[in-house]
Design a protein around this ligand. Structure first.
Ligand code: FES
Length: 680
């Protein structure tokens, strides 16, 4: 008795025998091969494209003849003429199996395709979206069978797509009858499947086959900025990325001042909620316009944010987050409809998912970082630092993950710095100081040349030199320490002590002059003693948070450090280490992860299973509360020195010799500061 033909799918390697005449799509479904279909095999969506291979396949033990699949049929011919099929491609729902065959499923035909990585540091995303499209043929109404259109749609979805239950949103229901009739009872529906449930929710419908795509927003709602990616929910492709300032800044720069605003002003929380929701609508409209898509095709939004932003977005008064024991209204992920958040710029039935918070001080943004960085599967002990107005820290490996947040304040973002500004064209972002001449050179955002390169003045004329941003101030302070202009306690030396007139007296202290354009009516950019103090406070808070996690873990060192956040992507690891922002490790063990929170939001948007995974991971993360931990203060004080008063920094010492200077004269004499031997 001859056997049924053998069908082998690549790249999955799944194989099975099927009777002659079985459609390729049917064989794929039975084997669990990831082959897409929106039209359910009607030959109109072209999502099921496959590429058969012919010849000898010793590896698979088969020889594929040229008649292994049925002949090109009329449906394929029509599609090819209308839209064009790539050479060698067949429609999986039309081609049937006639003999042994090897069939490749190209990436664009896979539902669970892997999104191409832009940078080596970003983790790949496997598509498994919560919202998907289904083409369905609904039975026409009949005088003898008085059922509603929705009920017949439900029946069709059950019969054609095996969808057991359907709930619907009122706004979609109001459109349904006209869409069904316009489509001649053939429509495409977008269904959102809730986590851990077989229930599907009808979130949009279109007459006929909808080919305009569906989209989602991954939003990192920070205290200072709101950043969003607009993603294609089928391909995972980022169609546009955009950001705006969080308008809540006018109620307070940092989180605690916003909580106090809510406490002190009746209706203050509601005002802040309205402000951020307004901004989100503006951002959604702008990003859709930038991508050239209709905002009503945005059917999902995923948010990551810190607990205060989380509460204010949801319209919950954050007052409890301002006082011990810092209880969250809910730490679980939240799923709701866009109108419940006042998101009117996207589809009215769009669904919103907010990632879970880890604790009252450690938010969904840290959860997103944990998701993006997969801390809980790491073999080595990794410290992840997400620096923003509040630093969020995660320390862990596959055995245990700890988390805390630390009140660094906005100094690392250029705020509270005398010449500080946000990272924008014209801001000094890189600084180098010659250790011999003590002369600085710098680079500004928007110009590729260093300030001492020929042509810098012309090249930077458009932006000017306007101030210094977070990465610039960190480099400036670290370079000052490396050049012997700043002692370990954080004192700037006098001209006599340092040998440079750039260390100018300023009141009872000194300031190091980087750029002076006052003669041309421009700014004077100097690092003042006050700036150094602001950076010391911020970096001490950051380091103390890391130390607290290390105490809890019972370790003195970590294996590697990941700097997350937009800021992490821009700061130089060497300079961060010189400042003692992070514990000592080999410099090549410090990496930047870009916007890990934003990337985590994108993962959760594109992959519904990951939402359940992060909820699980978050439950297993141990929270360490910095605000009530007495050792935090101890660590904070010790971390004030640059790089540190007591903790050794052997890797740093080996890589960067720091001059052992002291400018504390005890009485303010200018030239009594002493130089000591250089530490090797
Ligand atoms: Fe839609 Fe084949 S499944 S064209």
């Amino acid at each position: 008795m001859s056997q049924d033909p053998l069908v082998i799918f690549t790249p999955s390697g799944k194989r099975g025998r099927f009777p002659v005449g079985t459609p390729v799509l049917t064989a794929a479904r039975q084997l669990g091969v990831d082959l897409d279909s929106v039209c359910g095999g009607r030959g109109i969506c072209s999502k099921c494209q496959v590429a058969p291979s012919y010849g000898d396949f010793a590896k698979h033990g088969v020889t594929v003849q040229h008649d292994a699949l049925s002949d090109w049929n009329a449906v394929e011919e029509r599609y090819d003429q209308k839209r064009g099929l790539k050479e060698g491609r067949r429609l999986g729902c039309q081609a049937t199996i006639q003999g042994d065959v090897v069939i490749d499923v190209p990436p664009e035909s896979q539902v669970h395709r892997q999104v191409v990585r832009k940078a080596a540091s970003t983790r790949p995303i496997v598509m498994d979206p919560a919202t998907r499209l289904y083409f369905v043929e609904v039975q026409e109404p009949d005088m003898h069978e008085p059922t509603g259109d929705l009920e017949r749609l439900k029946r069709a979805l059950k019969a054609q797509w095996d969808i057991p239950s359907l709930s619907t949103d009122f706004s979609t229901l109001t459109q349904l009858q006209s869409i069904l009739r316009k489509g001649g009872w053939k429509i495409t529906v977008a269904l959102h499947k809730a986590n851990n449930s077989s229930d599907h929710r009808l979130v949009a419908a279109w007459p006929g086959l909808h080919e305009g795509g569906i989209f989602g927003l991954a939003i990192d709602l920070g205290s200072t900025t709101i950043a969003a990616h607009l993603c294609d929910l089928v391909t995972g492709e980022v169609r546009a990325s955009s950001g705006i300032m969080n308008p809540q800044i006018r109620f307070g720069e940092d989180l605690m001042s916003r909580v106090s605003y809510a406490m002190m002003n009746p209706g203050g929380a509601a005002e802040m909620t309205a402000a951020v929701r307004d901004a989100l609508n503006t951002l959604a409209s702008e990003i859709a316009a930038e991508a050239g898509i209709d905002p009503s095709l945005i059917l999902e939004a995923v948010f990551v944010c810190n607990p205060v932003m989380h509460h204010l977005l949801l319209g919950i008064d954050p007052v409890e987050l301002g006082q011990a024991p810092f209880a969250l209204a809910t730490s679980d992920a939240v799923d709701l409809a866009a109108p419940e958040l006042g998101l009117s710029a996207i589809a009215p039935a769009a669904r919103v998912h907010i990632l879970p918070c880890i604790a009252g001080h450690v938010g969904a943004d840290a959860a997103a970082v944990a998701l993006a960085e997969e801390t809980d599967t790491s073999d080595d002990l990794v410290l992840i630092v997400d620096v923003g107005t509040n630093a969020e820290l995660l320390l862990g490996d596959k055995t245990r993950v700890l988390a805390c947040s630390s009140p660094t304040g906005p100094a690392f973002e250029g705020a509270q710095i005398s010449a500080g500004q946000r990272a924008a064209p014209g801001a000094i972002e890189r600084v180098e100081i010659d250790p011999a001449t003590k002369e600085p050179r710098f680079k500004v955002i928007g110009c590729d040349l260093w300030s001492d390169d020929p042509g810098f003045a012309e090249a930077s004329a458009a932006t000017g030199v306007t101030g210094i941003c977070g990465s610039g101030i960190i480099e400036a302070v670290a370079e000052m320490r490396m050049a012997g202009l700043l002692d370990p306690s954080g004192l700037i030396g006098s001209p006599a002590q340092t040998g440079t007139p750039r260390c100018m007296p300023e009141g009872r202290t000194h300031a190091y002059l980087i750029h002076d354009a006052t003669a041309e009516g421009g700014p004077r950019i100097a690092v003042t003693q006050g700036d150094i103090r602001a950076i010391q406070l911020a970096k001490s808070a950051l380091y103390a948070g890391a130390r607290l996690l290390m105490d809890e873990m019972g370790v003195e060192t970590v294996d590697r450090v990941v700097l997350a956040g937009a800021f992490g992507a821009h700061i130089s690891t060497k300079h961060a280490m010189v400042l003692g922002m992070i514990p000592d490790v080999a410099l090549d063990k410090v990496t930047g992860a870009g916007n890990a929170a934003g990337h985590g939001a994108r993962i959760a948007l594109c992959n519904a299973a990951k939402r359940a995974e992060i909820q699980d991971t978050v439950r297993r993360i141990t929270k360490v509360e910095t605000a009530i931990e007495p050792r935090f203060q101890e660590h904070f004080v010790a971390a004030n020195a640059i790089p540190h008063a007591t903790d050794p920094f052997p890797h740093l010492a080996a890589a960067v010799p720091l001059p052992d200077v002291s400018f504390n004269t005890g009485g303010g004499g200018e030239d009594t500061g002493r130089r000591r031997r250089r530490r090797a």
